[in-house]
Design a protein around this ligand. Structure first.
Ligand code: PEP
Length: 255
């Protein structure tokens, strides 16, 4: 596997943290710390923080993303946000199918696919999350499960659109728990995801796909995880709320 074929991407997922003014302060703190990155740097912030985040990040190498998107273009969907709205406010990325959305908000593989198509059709880049629960890992079905989640998410996505897709492998048992997959476990599953994408789009397209690992990645373990041949970046929760820690992860991906 040749990592040079695909961009390394470090994305922060701030979850439901930071008010608009706190967002501006944290981005201003991060900007000089990540200015020399050779990887792509993305911060996915709460909806109300998008506009101030875009403004604070302007002129820097930090790109801004959202954490969810609705699949309809407009209409009677109280409380939802469309892909066109995200695009117009200056978001470039959107996380889709995070395990917290799947676990707490009824997200399914089918709605993940609908959101993926809506976001891509609006010109957004997507970070599609897949991953297994601990029971599923113990059953030995991780690779089949994440391959299936990936294939369903990509239904109807054209080869051209695939270039705007990032897959984030996030074992649910590792998210926010301090338990990290070993570098070998992360690499094995990322390789399985790449294999599933190769079945759909061919090996060249799969080799060009950025596949992140996420789940308690932090300043201490990032280097080992990111050195794996199939780990092309990280989706970072807790550690993306601390400028210094996040910048150390960005530096590890910039080597
Ligand atoms: C996440 O929210 O996607 C995540 C990986 O969280 P954490 O890094 O806190 O485990």
């Amino acid at each position: 596997m040749n990592k040079a074929l695909r961009p390394a991407v470090i994305a922060g997922n701030w979850k439901m943290n930071k008010t608009p003014s706190e967002t501006v302060a944290l981005i201003n703190e991060m900007k000089p710390l990540v200015a020399d990155a050779t990887c792509d740097v993305v911060l996915c912030v709460p909806f109300v923080d998008l506009a101030p985040a875009v403004q604070a990040a302007a002129g820097s190498n930090i790109k801004i993303g959202a954490q969810n998107v609705h699949f309809e273009k407009s209409g009677a969907f109280t409380g939802e946000i469309s892909a066109d709205m995200l695009k117009e406010v200056g978001a470039e990325y959107v996380i889709i199918g995070h395990s917290e959305r799947r676990t707490y908000f009824g997200e399914t593989d089918v709605t993940v696919n609908k959101r993926t198509l809506a976001a891509l059709n609006a010109g957004l880049k997507v970070i599609v999350c897949v991953g297994e629960y601990l029971e599923q890992r113990e059953q030995g079905i991780t690779r089949e499960l994440v391959s299936m989640q990936t294939k369903i998410a990509l239904g109807g996505v054209t080869p051209e659109q695939l270039k705007q897709v990032i897959i984030a492998y996030e074992p649910v048992w590792a998210i926010g728990t301090g338990k990290t997959a070993t570098a070998q476990q992360a690499n094995e599953v990322n390789a399985a995801i790449r294999g599933a994408v190769a079945e759909l789009y061919g090996q060249a397209a799969a080799d060009g796909l950025t596949i992140q690992y996420g789940g308690s990645m932090n300043a201490g373990n990032a280097e080992e995880l990111l050195a794996q041949p199939d780990v092309d970046g990280g989706l970072i929760g807790g550690a993306s709320l601390k400028a210094k820690d996040f910048s150390i992860i960005v530096q590890a991906a910039s080597k």
